[in-house]
Design a binder for this molecule. Structure first.
Ligand SMILES: O=C[C@H](O)[C@H](O)[C@H](O)COP(=O)(O)O
Length: 220
């Protein structure tokens, strides 16, 4: 099976986690696009979606799925999103598509995070995928220096990238994220950091992994 077919498989499998009548949290990326397409088939059975990016909002609306603002809901039963890496405990790296901040906001509203990914995303220790950090532009150099000093990470500014929030992304290479919760808590409170792409506090409850043998379900 191709990677695209594996994404379709898990995108479709995620629909079973959407309760009838729900407002569903929707992530961003190529895997979530498959989920949005599958969600369109059951749109009459849900109330709508809260989206984590302009791109997902446009796709949801084009398929006739009502989109609500995050501020209009108090909680969501479920948030469905992809990941760039996921570890055996359900911690994730996200932000390869620069949507990490809104993703973390919507994930935080949800009771359960259902991660959908092809099996290449499962790793023992996270850090091979460059860690995205969204920063206020004026703080980029300062935050990059600190990432090097404290964690030995080499941060580069993602060229030509301005996030939905008008900010920039640093991609940090050379990390071994052995304690994701501690690193997330630490970097999150540095001046100028908007969001770090470690999802440990908002980790996955379930991960649906696309494999050539079918969908493998990991529960955390
Ligand atoms: O900012 C983007 C998101 O965190 C995506 O969910 C992540 O990059 C995975 O995307 P894809 O499903 O395209 O691999």
């Amino acid at each position: 099976m191709t990677q695209d077919e594996l994404k379709t498989l898990v995108g479709q499998a995620a629909v079973q986690y959407v309760p009838a009548g729900a407002i569903v949290g929707v992530g961003t990326g190529s895997t979530v696009n498959k989920f949005i397409d599958a969600l369109a088939a059951i749109k009459d059975r849900i109330r709508g979606a809260v989206s984590s990016s302009v791109a997902s909002t446009e796709r949801l609306k084009a398929l006739g799925i009502p989109v609500l603002e995050a501020c209009e809901v108090e909680s969501l039963p479920v948030y469905i999103d992809g990941a760039d890496e996921v570890d055996p405990r359900g911690n994730m790296i996200k932000g390869g598509g620069a949507a990490l901040t809104r993703e973390k906001i919507v994930a935080d509203l949800a009771e359960r995070f259902i991660c959908i990914a092809d099996e290449s995303k499962l790793v023992e220790v996270m850090g091979r995928f460059p860690l995205p950090v969204e920063v206020i532009p004026m703080a980029a150099v300062q935050v990059a220096r600190r990432l090097k000093a404290q964690y030995g990470g080499e941060a580069t500014l993602r060229a030509g990238c301005v996030t939905d929030n008008g900010c920039h992304i640093l991609d940090v290479r050379g990390l071994k994220i052995t304690d994701p919760a501690a690193m997330e808590a630490d970097i999150s409170q540095w001046p100028g950091v908007v969001t770090v792409g470690i999802f440990a506090r908002n980790k996955a409850s379930v991960c649906l992994l696309g494999t050539s043998e079918g969908v493998r379900t990991l529960t955390f």
